[in-house]
Write a protein that binds this ligand. Structure first.
Ligand SMILES: NC(=O)c1ccc[n+]([C@@H]2O[C@H](COP(=O)([O-])OP(=O)(O)OC[C@H]3O[C@@H](n4cnc5c(N)ncnc54)[C@H](OP(=O)(O)O)[C@@H]3O)[C@@H](O)[C@H]2O)c1
Length: 260
């Protein structure tokens, strides 16, 4: 079958339901049915797809080539048990083991990116980890996803879970640190523009240099006088101080200095 003739359905009305619907529709696939447990959210999520019809879960597999199960991680398995066993189910989770889902034909299409409903994204830039219940399904997913992005990786569960941990370190933790950095500036009545240029420099350089070669700062230099001054200044913010101390000690260990 020509890929562009493929029809799909989506379950959920959140960030990934919105983005994967748009991503595949933009690539020529047809979204014909969707289900969400809240009808108002359904209307908002699928407003941009005039052809889509609401479907009950029990009917959603009829006359589509695959169903995207874009619900909260811990609901993937329970919701799969509400679907017909013949449904071809793809889930988008980095952390969820698909083996317990109810269908014999399942796949995983995990985009390693932050999907936020309504934000414009260039899907061709996104790496995808894929997995499937059998070789035929993996090849089908590979074809579907190669029509979206050149970065499609066959992974097994353990690799996907490790990649998920890597994404938590490389994205979620960095975002938390940035949030802290911005709050520190705000407290000093300074603009965030003070740190954004170094952040952009890092994001650019890390594409062709290792993080090790890009590291600078007082912990790498073993500058204990600056480090203890910073900790003293942070003494009225135990939450920031504990992050600072923990990460500083990790850096000191890495660069073979004594710990604080
Ligand atoms: N967002 C990302 O950046 C990202 C990236 C990669 C992978 N993922 C994966 O994508 C999946 C969805 O994430 P998301 O960000 O789209 O989450 P989300 O925005 O919170 O949306 C979750 C959706 O699941 C629905 N839902 C939860 N339990 C349900 C149930 N029992 N029956 C029917 N619908 C149910 C929610 O409905 P209500 O609104 O009614 O609660 C909502 O529509 C997760 O597996 C996540 O790990 C997300």
């Amino acid at each position: 079958m020509y890929l562009c003739l493929m029809k799909f359905a989506v379950i959920g009305s959140g960030n990934v339901a919105w983005h994967y619907s748009k991503m595949w529709s933009d690539a020529g696939f047809t979204l014909t049915k969707a289900y969400a447990r809240n009808i108002e959210k359904w209307k908002i999520c699928y407003a941009q797809f005039p052809e889509v019809a609401f479907s009950e879960l029990s009917e959603i597999h009829h006359d589509v080539d695959f169903v995207l199960l874009a619900v909260t991680d811990h609901q993937i398995v329970p919701v799969s048990h509400l679907l017909h066993q013949d449904a071809v189910i793809f889930h988008p989770s980095g952390a969820t083991d698909a083996a317990a889902i109810n269908q014999k034909n399942w796949g995983v299409i995990w985009g390693i990116y932050s999907f936020v409903k309504g934000q414009a994204l260039d899907y061709a830039q996104i790496p995808f980890c894929i997995e499937g219940s059998n070789e035929h399904t993996v090849q089908l997913i590979e074809k579907i996803m190669h029509s979206i992005s050149p970065a499609v990786y066959r992974t097994h569960l353990e690799q996907r879970q490790k990649a998920h941990i890597a994404a938590v370190f490389g994205n979620n933790f960095i975002t938390l640190l940035l949030q802290t950095s911005f709050e520190v500036l705000k407290e000093a009545n300074l603009p965030v523009d003070l740190v954004t240029p170094t952040l952009l420099q890092l994001a650019t350089n890390v594409q062709h240099q290792t993080p090790e070669t890009l590291q600078t700062g007082p912990a790498k230099r073993g500058d204990f006088s600056t480090l203890t001054k910073h900790l003293a200044i942070l003494s009225d913010r135990p939450d920031w101080k504990s992050i600072y101390l923990h990460l500083t000690n990790e850096l000191l260990k890495k660069y073979e200095h004594r710990e604080l």
